[in-house]
Design a protein. Structure first.
Length: 234
């Protein structure tokens, strides 16, 4: 189970997530109460272990802006919200390749209740002729109005999992959107994801993590993953 604690704004919160055995921390470079600058993130990432993934979150940013931020901030991967073609993803992966191998590329497919539209977007990713250079994983988050993510609102896990199983079973699924320690077990058992992602669900206030809730979220997520694996053996 891959676990990312997103919306990190301080070294203290990053270290707390890592101490709790998070696999990745995420930094938001888009309009948000959790927005940080590449320079702030560079001061954080230089203090973190090499093997912890440092993911930058971008919304409709240009390829040049993403690459520049990636290099300044000391990132190991990117999470993309917006419309990016297979050619864009290929170019981005090639341009980021020189710093870290492999680069984690997370492509966000929002779920807004339109199951047919969601399925079409999954098909376009899973069937891309340039899939080798496409996303490493697909993250499903809730879309509400013009908010592409970070809403703290859960979506229909069963419907999303069904569409993913039918149309993009070859891709890795990361579940996000409205997750917190109290519901992540059910989300894992329903969606059967490769990973989970949380931000507001483990905060005391926007941009500040509650370290005990971070620990609880990670503990419950890993236990649910083991529970699901054991059930599959029966």
């Amino acid at each position: 189970m891959w676990i990312k604690i997103c919306g990190i704004t301080s070294l203290e919160d990053a270290k707390a997530a890592i101490d709790a055995q998070a696999d990745a921390v995420g930094f938001v470079f888009a309009a948000s109460p959790r927005r940080v600058t590449p320079e702030i993130v560079r001061e954080i990432t230089r203090e973190l272990p090499f093997d912890v993934e440092k993911i930058g979150i971008f919304v409709d940013s240009s390829i040049d802006e993403i690459v520049a931020t990636f290099e300044i901030a000391g990132l190991t991967g990117v999470q993309l919200h917006g419309e990016y073609s297979p050619a864009d993803l290929s170019q981005l992966r090639m341009r980021m390749r020189g710093r870290f191998l492999p680069v984690r590329m997370v492509y966000v497919v929002p779920y807004d209740g339109d199951a047919a539209g969601f399925a079409r977007r999954l098909q376009s990713l899973a069937g891309s002729p340039d899939n080798e250079h496409g996303p490493s994983v697909v993250l499903v988050d809730t879309r509400v109005g013009d908010k592409v993510g970070g809403t703290g609102i859960a979506f229909d896990w069963a419907a999303a999992q069904n569409a993913f199983h039918q149309h993009a079973a070859n891709l890795r699924l990361v579940a996000a959107g409205g997750l917190h320690p109290e519901n992540v077990r059910q989300a894992v058992l329903t969606m059967k994801p490769w990973g989970v992602d949380v931000s507001s669900g483990v905060e005391s206030v926007p941009g500040k993590k509650d370290h005990q809730r971070v620990k609880q979220f990670i503990r419950v997520s890993r236990a649910a993953s083991v529970e699901f694996a054991e059930a599959m053996k029966r």
